[in-house]
Design a protein around this ligand. Structure first.
Ligand code: ATP
Ligand code: MG
Length: 414
């Protein structure tokens, strides 16, 4: 079994500067030089006026990590750091996120004009006023408070997961983001890239976090899991596709090499949650088609739609897939469909029940006409017990693939 050692610095980077600071926070931190440089530049030029930046990227790509670095870099430069984060469970609580950020400087609100002060207190459930506060007044009060405070110390306002902000906090942040030009305030936000339609009117510059390149991905996996067998290491690299969360989490998943499911890489709960969350909100028929795409061994849209009709007993059209395409889970082109990230496929597979998977394979075996080997494979995957006729067909399929030299297919089928 091949083993890899790792804790050295194979990148050969000089060990000082921002990368070094990043490593101090997260020892196995890899890549991201350009992303860090962009954030440092924002902080270093805060004297030229306020700026806002929205960092976007897929689940687990490293948005929160980058925001954490930004907070450390900002404190090193003498900034006051204010922080809020959208939380699904609090998305229905008005001003919950804003209170998190403004809480530490709320005492200074006493100097605000009286109506703004009262609105802010009412927003946070403080003071005597029990009427619903005017969001515009709260936004104005927050902006005044920030700009007054920034006179003494520049401010970094961090807002993570803004796709899950409660609506009033979202509106206040949007208001502030357009009015930062003359004050030493940096507003750094992060959102999942599939949620960007939630901010159609935001004119803030965006910074897309890309997947780690192959070398950085390898360094991260080797640092986290130095003892992986080479074949497993390669599978993790393939499935992770440069996603740091996956590179950290995949080796922690339960391994079941002895089961018939061994071609699927098991995901930890954290990974499954991260990549399945967008699926769970889709319409039932769309989810059924996604399950079919996940279990199918071809990219044909025709097959997916045909199998969908068998499975759902109703007419299914390409539009049924539209919500999944809008959520950026899949890509459709030239009669083919594929997941944008292999982890979505794994998460969908893992979240489905064995009975559902059986039904999907049965549906696929009914719609695949011209490829007997594939049809038999799906029939096999849908069989619930021993079936002599199926076993004979399987022998024939294995012999056929052997004749074609496709030994691997034969072995898998047997
Ligand atoms: N460049 C990197 N090098 C090494 N590890 C990283 C890197 N970026 C992120 N990680 C690790 O990957 C994991 C996921 O990162 P993070 O939580 O920042 O992702 P995220 O984009 O905020 O995800 P989500 O969309 O779920 O909020 C964390 O464990 C983090 O430590
Ligand atoms: Mg995050």
């Amino acid at each position: 079994m091949a083993r890899r050692s790792s804790k050295a610095d194979p990148s050969g980077q000089r060990r000082h500067g921002p990368r070094d600071a990043a490593r101090g926070i997260l020892p196995d931190f890899q890549g991201r030089e350009a992303d860090i440089a962009r954030i440092e530049k924002l902080l270093d030029h805060v004297g030229d006026g306020g700026k806002a930046l929205l960092i976007s990227g897929e689940a687990g790509i490293g948005k929160t990590t980058l925001l954490e670095f930004a907070q450390v870099f900002a404190r090193q430069r003498g900034f006051r750091v204010l922080y809020m984060s959208g939380v699904i469970a609090e998305a229905h609580l008005p001003f919950a996120a804003l209170q998190q950020a403004v809480g530490p400087i709320l005492r200074q609100a006493e100097k605000l004009p009286q109506r703004q002060h009262a609105a802010l207190l009412a927003a946070f459930g403080l003071g005597d006023d029990t009427t619903v506060p005017d969001t515009f007044l709260v936004a104005l009060a927050t902006l005044t408070l920030l700009t007054e405070s920034a006179v003494r110390k520049p401010i970094l306002l961090v807002a993570d997961d803004i796709q899950w902000l409660d609506q009033p906090s979202h509106d206040v942040l949007s208001f502030i983001s357009r009015r930062l030009s003359s004050d030493p305030i940096v507003l750094l936000m992060a959102a999942r890239s599939d949620s960007e339609e939630a901010f159609p009117h935001w004119s803030v510059p965006r910074h897309q976090l890309s997947r780690l390149d192959a070398a950085a991905a390898e360094r991260l996996l080797d640092a986290e899991s130095p003892d992986l067998p080479l074949d497993l290491r390669q599978r993790f690299l393939d499935v992770a596709a440069g996603n740091p969360l996956a590179l950290v989490e995949l080796p922690r998943g339960e391994r079941k090499p002895e089961t018939g499911e061994s071609h699927w890489v098991p995901l930890t709960d954290r990974l499954e949650r991260a990549f399945f969350s967008r699926v769970s909100v889709l319409p039932t028929a769309t989810r059924a088609l996604l399950l079919i795409i996940a279990e199918n061994d071809s990219r044909s849209i025709r097959e997916v739609l045909d199998a969908g009709e068998v499975l759902l007993h109703e007419k299914v059209a390409l539009e049924t897939l539209a919500p999944a395409a809008s959520a950026r889970l899949i890509e459709i082109a030239a009669g083919e469909v594929r997941f944008r990230h292999p982890l979505v496929r794994s998460a969908i597979h893992q979240a489905s029940s064995p009975v559902m998977r059986h039904n999907i394979h049965a549906a696929l075996s009914r719609v695949i006409i011209d490829e007997p080997d594939r049809r038999i494979w799906h029939r096999m995957a849908s069989a619930v017990g021993p079936d002599e006729a199926l076993a004979a067909e399987l022998d024939a399929a294995a012999a056929r693939s052997q004749r074609r030299g496709a030994l691997a297919t034969a072995i898998t089928a047997l």
